[in-house]
Design a protein around this ligand. Structure first.
Ligand code: PLP
Length: 381
């Protein structure tokens, strides 16, 4: 099955009881047993629920995995991956991460004895220097949020596995989506998504996903999912399934609008820098072109005027782009990373990363590009 068919049919079957084309929302916590322990595969909805199972099978299909897992949020999915590890284990990760990932690593898991190394992953060779016998996980985000840095998933996987093939490679694929990039095919062991974003696609749910291709790892993750309890509910599972059916159409349009906005910004006199991996003169264009099918709808840029006053004035003057956290929905959003999504990162760290006052992040939606360009022009002017 090709990707554009998998989004619709991957892991799906018509409801065996009624033929319903969409899986019913099995709004139930428990299931009748004919004799103790004798049931139809479902005993309690924390362990498994048929609507969630339908979604999890689809998750596996769209990332070319064998098993998918749906969590109550993207962060709950990351939390599950970290619980595969033990005190003393070390993780190598990027130096430009989603703010919530950074907060979880440093504020939650460091105190349980996990050690994190934050390195620039744009150069794959930076990673090997930090590998030692305690290294258990490489956590890659590409493109990164918000500076759109690109890491070479295949190169990193090859290099790391050559040193120690038991080290897990996990990729936060939220920004790219499996339409643009499929990390399991590039050597990764685990793919993670905030399904809140492009997979759901309509800004109407909060959910996380993990996809894997190896049986033993799937068993360990399933154990943590049901023992930890951060599962996705049946309503949200239904909505996510519905969203994924148009993922390929949406991300294609996000990408068309994304490159048009990025190109426009490069010509604007008030803009000093544009971060979009699909621009041919962007730093990581070559790697992006190699591992991505297109470049998506996330575009960041910096204003020449570095003051907060000038930046806020632009942010307040959009009419179609909504000033809000989050991304990946059909509607265009604008975000101020310094004070919104990335406010939890200490100021010194933020400045080192390049998340400055004049940085603006756009989640370009699937509206008509002419309207988006006019809105952007008006806000900037
Ligand atoms: C939003 C986001 C997350 C966290 O997901 P939630 O669903 O908000 O918990 C993780 N990684 C990236 C790249 C994100 O954009």
């Amino acid at each position: 099955m090709k990707f554009n068919t998998k989004t619709i049919h991957g892991g799906q079957q018509n409801d065996p009881a009624t033929g319903a084309v969409m899986p019913p929302i099995y709004q139930t916590s428990t299931y009748a047993q004919s004799s103790p322990g004798k049931h139809k595969g479902y005993a309690y909805s924390r362990t498994a629920n048929p609507t969630r199972t339908a979604l999890e099978n689809n998750f596996a299909a769209i990332e070319n995995g064998t098993h998918g897992f749906a969590f109550s949020s993207g962060l709950a999915a990351i939390d599950c991956v970290l619980k595969l590890l033990n005190p003393g284990d070390e993780i190598i990760t990027g130096d430009d991460l989603y703010g919530g990932s950074y907060r979880m690593f440093t504020k939650l898991f460091q105190k349980y004895g996990l050690k994190f190394h934050f390195v620039n992953m744009e150069d794959a060779s930076n990673i090997e220097k930090y590998i030692n016998k305690n290294t258990k996980l490489i956590w890659i985000e590409t493109p990164t949020n918000p500076l759109m840095k690109i890491a070479d998933i295949e190169q990193i996987s090859t290099n790391v596995k050559a040193v120690d093939d038991t080290i897990l490679i996990a990729v936060d694929n939220t920004f790219a989506t499996p339409y643009l990039q499929q990390p399991l095919d590039l050597g990764a062991d685990i793919v993670m998504h905030s399904a809140t974003k492009y997979l759901g696609g309509h800004s109407d749910l909060v959910m996380g996903a993990l996809m894997v291709k190896e049986e033993k790892l799937a068993e360990e993750i399933h154990f943590i999912q049901f023992a930890g309890g951060a599962i996705a509910g049946p309503q949200d599972s239904f909505l996510a399934l519905r969203g994924i059916k148009t993922l390929h159409l949406r991300v294609q349009r996000h990408s068309e609008n994304g490159i048009a906005i990025a190109k426009y910004l490069t010509t604007h006199p008030k803009v000093s820098e544009v971060y979009y991996p699909g621009l041919e003169n962007s730093k990581n264009y070559k790697i992006a072109k190699k591992q991505m099918k297109n470049y998506g709808g996330m575009v960041s840029f910096k204003l020449k005027d570095e003051s907060q006053e000038a930046t806020f004035k632009v942010l307040e003057n959009f009419k179609i782009f909504t000033l809000a956290e989050s991304l990946g929905g059909v509607e265009s959003l604008v975000n101020h990373p310094e004070t919104m999504t990335h406010a939890s990162i200490p100021i010194q760290e933020r400045e080192k990363m390049g998340i400055t006052t004049n940085l603006i992040r756009l989640s370009v939606g699937i509206e008509d590009i002419d309207d988006l360009l006019v809105d952007l022009k008006n806000a900037l002017d």
